[in-house]
Design a protein around this ligand. Structure first.
Ligand code: ADP
Ligand code: ADP
Ligand code: ZN
Ligand code: ZN
Length: 753
């Protein structure tokens, strides 16, 4: 039997009877334009079937609790091994999950402290902040405690009688308000802002000494300051147990502050007092990983060499993958998608498993060309350990290292779904496919940048690692902000810029609200126009054609899918049997426009819909469709739930809405993620359209095609974390090529020779 994963007749999503042999224990890259079907092969067919088969090995009882997935649509799939999907989903978990705990580096450090720390505390659990034996009792290892934001709670320009206390039951006439008014400490008609410091203290924290009793309507109550009262009644409780409106109010007035006992270190005083070479374990977890690795290597303890080497190797893996700027104490929930994926990768590298199929989703996301090469080494290392590594990628730097390339296309959606090339990288270059051609040809360097219309000043920025950055950002042009991961790009343009210039519109990849019910048609407002067109053609009211109305299928409430709640697990999905997934009642489905039902229209791709909505009265629909096509998502169907879109697709959908009436200033974070080289060309043309319409467009980008076509480049660095945080270059791309202190300049020079 040949050593391959053999796929025959695959038809998931847009796949057109794909036959494919993927070599095992090799590195295979899947590429092709966005929407061509790469994920449909790698994730929805190979990984999905492998996971389904694994689930089947559980007992029937356990299977009841697992998400039931249908068998992927294919004639046969053989040669599968157990698969692990390493994607960009933010790492689940809570405040207790840190870079150290998820990579196991922290568990290794605890073993080191258990053996070498003085005074000795014996067991590793004494250093665990997830165990009562190690945690700081004040914060139970979370490092922060809930506090009340006085400014959100008390409105100084109002008196008690006017409702100065902004909290349910404390407003004028409320039960607790009475206690404050009857206390005699305050004039209920005086603005709270005019209170003496003493009165303010009594209002918030109560008087010194024994709490006085207050008589309200014949009953006696203990007077307590507002903050201590709210803290005791609400903050100490599990928010889940509070009534909805109270919970909302509590969330509004509460903030989290560092724990006063441990200062955020999470550990007991005993754990913090145990030192190795003069340092506590908490000092070490707050260092940058790159510095910690050096420190561990320098420790003089020959008898513990194997443990020290293990720790240093794990830390080095983080450094090599471009994450040396993180600290082990960083909460995993604050990591970006790309960072999360790389942290997960490090965890797998440490695993003893072999002959596993790893499937990566664009692992180069967020990485500077300089770091991509180091990440490539880790992908190779996984394959060399005897694993099958499948990577969905677009960057030529990653495609280049593949043992085997699968190029999917030629187009997107129905125009794709076939394997257009399969073989080694050399063959790809000669194949004549869109990918092959782009591999050989880059966007030229812009030599005549636009003249700015003015500039925006960012002053004294110090967020995260920024070193008091003051910089002028030219307006009316396309600005690329570059630099290695962790150099401070996001801190500057996503953190500080919108604070100093609140009119900035940040177009990100975040999930949109209500994404199960929303789709491109509803999200863009096109659905309203489509309903009107159907209503007019049939002489009925437009609301009938809304999946939220009486026209919707009553069994699935217009979702087309039935979701069964499984408690903590992902809900189970099954197609609605009443409407067959078509979302509407039979009656509504019988009302047509030029022979098509509303369900037919929702199943059209944007491109097909452009050919259907050509009547004069349908101009608003055509305009939105053309914007969707212009941003490169013409292959999506109008009714595809937003929850199934990738981050990059969501970002382009948001951009399409902006095209109608462009704002002054846009900030985009890596808009090329998920885009094939051919799509990148279209994206650049789109950004140019915004700039030509008068907008300033600031993009965080690693993609050298975009950097080459920018009018102005701001390069952050020189390194990551504490070694970054300054602007190392500001000027046109043609000048950046000569800036040899800049890593971006060097990468650009290599490409443009
Ligand atoms: P790629 O990974 O190459 O960007 P995909 O495999 O994600 O492409 O998508 C291929 C086609 O299948 C696209 O037209 C896409 O819109 C469609 N598609 C993908 N996932 C779904 C889904 N869950 N429901 C409906 N259509 C989907
Ligand atoms: P880039 O966008 O260039 O990758 P960032 O601005 O995200 O860089 O990060 C710059 C520095 O700030 C890094 O050292 C990073 O660890 C730190 N940082 C970023 N976000 C946070 C956060 N939410 N909490 C703590 N530190 C952060
Ligand atoms: Zn604490
Ligand atoms: Zn239904």
């Amino acid at each position: 039997m040949p050593d391959v994963i053999a796929i025959r007749g695959a038809r998931e999503n847009n796949l057109q009877d794909v036959d494919l042999d993927v070599p095992k224990r090799r590195l295979t890259v899947f590429t092709g334009v966005s929407g061509s079907g790469k994920s449909s092969i790698a994730f929805d067919t190979i990984a999905a079937e492998s996971q389904r088969l694994l689930n089947e090995t559980h007992s029937a009882f356990v299977q009841n609790f697992l998400p039931q997935s249908a068998q992927p649509d294919a004639d046969s799939l053989t040669g599968l091994t157990a698969s692990i999907v390493v994607d960009q989903e933010p790492m689940g978990g809570n405040a207790r999950s840190t870079v150290g705990t998820v990579t196991d580096a922290y568990a290794m450090l605890r073993r080191l402290w258990a053996r070498l720390g003085t005074p000795s505390l014996g067991t590793p659990t004494a250093f665990s902040f997830n165990d009562p034996r190690g945690w700081c009792p004040a914060c139970e290892g979370v490092g922060s405690v809930a506090a009340i934001d006085e400014d959100a709670l008390v409105r100084p320009h109002l008196s008690l009688n006017e409702g100065a206390i902004d909290f349910p039951n404390y407003q004028a006439g409320g039960w607790y308000w009475k206690i404050f008014v009857m206390s005699g400490f305050f004039d209920p008609d005086a603005k709270v802002g005019t209170y003496t410091p003493e009165q303010r203290r009594i209002l918030l924290h109560g008087p010194d000494g024994k709490a006085p009793k207050i008589d309200v309507g014949g009953a006696s109550f203990t007077y307590e300051g507002l903050i201590s009262k709210l803290r005791r009644s609400y903050l100490a409780k599990n928010p889940e147990q509070l009534q909805g409106h109270v919970r909302t109010a509590v969330e509004r007035i509460s903030t989290r502050g560092a724990c006063p006992d441990c200062g955020g270190a999470r550990l007991s005083a005993a754990a913090l007092g145990s030192l190795v070479a003069g340092r506590s374990i908490a000092e070490c977890t707050s260092m940058q990983v790159s510095e910690l690795a050096r420190w561990v290597r320098g420790l003089d303890a020959p008898e513990y060499r194997p443990l020290l080497d293990d720790i240093a190797d794990r830390l080095d893996a983080l450094v090599r993958i471009g994450l040396g700027y993180l600290s082990l104490s960083r909460e995993s929930t604050t990591l970006s998608g790309g960072e999360s994926q790389r942290v997960k990768m490090v965890r797998h590298l440490g695993s003893a498993l072999t002959d596993v199929t790893y499937v990566f989703d664009e692992p180069s996301t967020g990485l500077h060309p300089h770091d991509v090469h180091r990440m490539n080494e880790l992908l190779r290392a996984l394959a060399d350990k005897g694993n099958t590594v499948l990577v969905v990628e677009h960057k030529p730097e990653v495609i280049e290292i593949a043992d085997h390339v699968v190029d999917v296309g030629p187009g997107a959606g129905a125009a794709g779904g076939r394997v257009v090339y399969e073989g080694d990288v050399e063959g790809l270059l000669a194949s004549g496919t869109v990918t092959g051609e782009h591999m050989a040809r880059h966007q030229p360097l812009k030599t005549e940048p636009r003249t700015p219309t003015g500039s925006l000043r960012v002053e004294h920025a110090t967020l995260h690692n920024l070193h008091d950055v003051t910089v002028e950002i030219p307006t009316g042009v396309l600005v690329a902000v570059t630099g290695v991961a962790g150099s401070g790009k996001s801190s500057l343009v996503r953190g500080v810029l919108p604070r100093q210039h609140p009119d900035a519109v940040v177009v990100d990849q975040a999930t949109t609200r209500g994404s199960r019910r929303s789709n491109p048609a509803t999200y863009t407002g096109m659905a309203d126009h489509v309903r009107k067109a159907f209503a007019k053609a049939n002489g009925v009211k437009p609301a009938l054609f809304s999946a939220n109305s009486e026209g919707a299928c009553p069994a699935c409430n217009g979702l087309g899918i039935i979701y069964t709640d499984l408690g903590t697990l992902e809900p189970m999905k099954s197609p609605c049997e009443t409407c067959g997934g078509r979302r509407f009642t039979e009656e509504v489905l019988g009302l047509t426009l030029r022979g098509r039902s509303i369900a037919d229209v929702l199943e059209m791709s944007v491109a097909d819909a452009r050919e259907f909505f050509t009547e004069r009265a349908e101009k608003p629909i055509a305009a939105i469709l053309s914007a969707l096509d212009a941003v490169g998502i013409g292959y999506l169907t109008l009714g595809q739930p937003l929850s199934t879109l990738s981050g990059g697709e969501r970002q382009r959908l948001k951009l399409a809405i902006e095209l109608g009436s462009p704002a002054d200033l846009y900030v985009l974070d890596e808009p090329t993620s998920g885009l094939h080289m051919a799509d990148v060309d279209r994206l650049i043309a789109l950004l140019d359209r915004f700039v030509d319409a008068g907008s300033t467009v600031v993009v965080i980008e690693h993609n050298l095609d975009v950097v080459s076509r920018a009018d102005h480049v701001l390069d952050m660095g020189p390194g990551a974390g504490s070694e970054g945080g300054t602007v190392v270059f500001s000027g046109p791309p043609a000048a950046l090529v000569d800036a040899d202190t800049s890593l971006t300049g060097r990468a650009l020079a290599v490409r443009h020779g």
